[in-house]
Design a protein around this ligand. Sequence first.
Ligand SMILES: [Zn+2]
Length: 372
Amino acid sequence: MGKKREIGACLNLRPRSGFFIISLDLELGWGVLDSKNYLKGYKKNLLGVRSAVPSILDLFEKYKIHATWAAVGCLFFESRDQLLHAFPAKRPNYQDRAFSAYANMINVGADEKEDPFHFAPSLIRLIRSYPAQEIGSHTFSHYLCLEEGQDGETFKEDLTAALKIAKKHHLNTESIVFPRHQSNKEYIPICAELGIKAYRGNEPAWIYRPKNSKSNQSAFRRLLRFLDSYLSITGYNCYPIHQIEGHYPHNTPPYNIPSSRFLRPYSKGLKSFEPLRLRRITDALTYAAKKGLIYHLWWHPHNFGVNLEKNLSFLEKILKHYAQLKKMYGMESQNMGELSRRLLEQHKNHSGKPNNKTYRANAKKLVYLQGL
Ligand SMILES: [Zn+2]
């Protein structure tokens, strides 16, 4: 028996069963605080979230999709007063204050009715009313883990505040998505300590490597990321379940469930390239289903805030394709929390004593299968 089959067998997972993971970053105005005139420039997109979320949920229900909605903690609050009371004592002191939710409360209104850009308890309730939808965390304040002026202590306070408000809503937070893909490896033990079971890491190619705002300015990297949505530059970015890394050294949670692709929104100027954009995703999904791998797609609901019909019809094509793969190859839709629980359970069943040697060897050779 080959080494990979052996590990698969240890995990007692069907080696041929592929997984389709979907996660969405629900942030509204908190995610674009540093954009100049963000309430003007992004107004349509942000207001469009109110129609996009119910429509996406209806599609998810139709195709039995389990998804993770990583929500910014500030969105849970019913009022500005409640939000101010829940601020942690220690806060990040970013070099660029525009990043800080804590330092930019001037634009925040009284409640969701008056300010649909910064409050969304009704949307969170709506998401929870649909089956198999997980509410994860996008931190409390859209916290940027690689920016200068913040540290592990302020991150811990921020995430603690996020978990606290979620708990008030009777939610046990299991998954996190680090804002702006700034997954900071040093903060993984903090996530572990706070009970987080899964996080979404970045694609392995250098163009997706976590960077802060200062080092992320390369137009070349952005261009390659853009082209990669249409043409295969970095491959499929699918990976087998046994390559999912847990927290060092015992491979315990949180598990890194990396992104395979950002679902870029419809653009009128690029409409002739829509078939390429779709094939880039469906080909990778097919590959994952046939080989029993994981494919993780993500986007923001506000990406669907304009051109809603076009974006929904594009999403439905992907979901229809998934439905076929489910029939043909037994591919499964799972949210991040579900997949991490499955991993944890299987590891526990496998043995009380983790095999560090195997896990370390696996972690070192974390090679993503690039589409052949
Ligand atoms: Zn974000």
